[in-house]
Write a protein that binds this ligand. Sequence first.
Ligand code: SAH
Length: 365
Amino acid sequence: MARTNLLGLDLKGLEAFFAEIGEKPFRARQLLQWIHQYRIVDFAEMTNLSKALRQKLTESAEIAPPEVLQEHVSKDGTRKWIIRLSCGNSIETVYIPEEGRGTLCVSSQVGCALACTFCSTAQQGFNRNLDASEIIGQLWLANEYLGKEPKGNRVVTNVVMMGMGEPLANYNNVVMAMNLMRDDLAYGISWRRVTLSTSGMVPMIDKLREDCHVSLAISLHAANDKLRSEIIPLNDKYPIAELLAACKRYVEGHQRRHITIEYVLLDGINDSVQDAKDLMRILKGLPTKINLIPFNPFPGTSYRCSSKTVISRFQKQLLDANFVATVRKTRGDDIVAACGQLAGEVQDRTRRTQRIVQMEALVAQ
Ligand code: SAH
């Protein structure tokens, strides 16, 4: 019988596991701390469990984090870990240190099925969803690696689900992992500091509002449906008006909550004065912070990043109209770790047409 990997189970999942092996539910709390706070993977070292229980756990379970294949350190301090999965594919996780905080960018799928034209992950195709242990395992490994630093004070204070994949297309595993991020017995990161970014799977946004309140970021990137459908095919299914209505529902009844709007600036495509006006028009009334992202090129792309002048002009237009608008600093581009550059090693198991079908099946769930 395969042993259960306890790394990916949240409090409820662990309680169910212990019930199944005839043990008390409070054991789940002890295990969470051992696994995520002390990073102990050997049951024999869990000294507040009886010898008999340790033995039982060794027989029925394991704590198996994924394996780091390579670590790259950028000259700006950004780190990228290439993580090998048991299936032979690899994914990427990025740590971005800043004054007073450290952000971990976590992947949710091996590749991505959504086929956004400006994203390097999309060019890799889609292989499979990560399971919850592979998602939380990225945070586990980051803490392990950062903890080994000689200066030892780098920590993960924030998580963004902005790595490879569409997190809402792998809903249950992502929510399980985010529960662990937020649980005080595991990582204790407040919901404000856990951000999920989506290209706009509307029904799942509504579900997330009920199941796991975290900060929400939307990859909008265009202010009209014609252009958005061209660069984000999912827009055909969930056009802008529906997406923004879901955002409104997400913030309703929550004080001080806003939606982050991601907008990648593509030279000559979505960066005109009119584009900025259209953006402001459609976002009116929604509490937002707009994050302008300079496009990061990757091999084979024909897009170019808007010039510095155009980026500043676009931002100024928004600021002048009292929108909150920041320009995302490009980090880690010397180690190919910037937004949209994460590719890993993905064996594409789908053709593009199949991917759309697959995506629709997911959406219909
Ligand atoms: N699938 C999710 C998570 C990816 S998050 C989503 O679409 O939101 C990564 C962010 O980087 C998204 O906003 C994505 O649109 C953006 N991005 C993708 N490719 C990029 C590129 N080449 N340059 C800059 N940003 C990019």
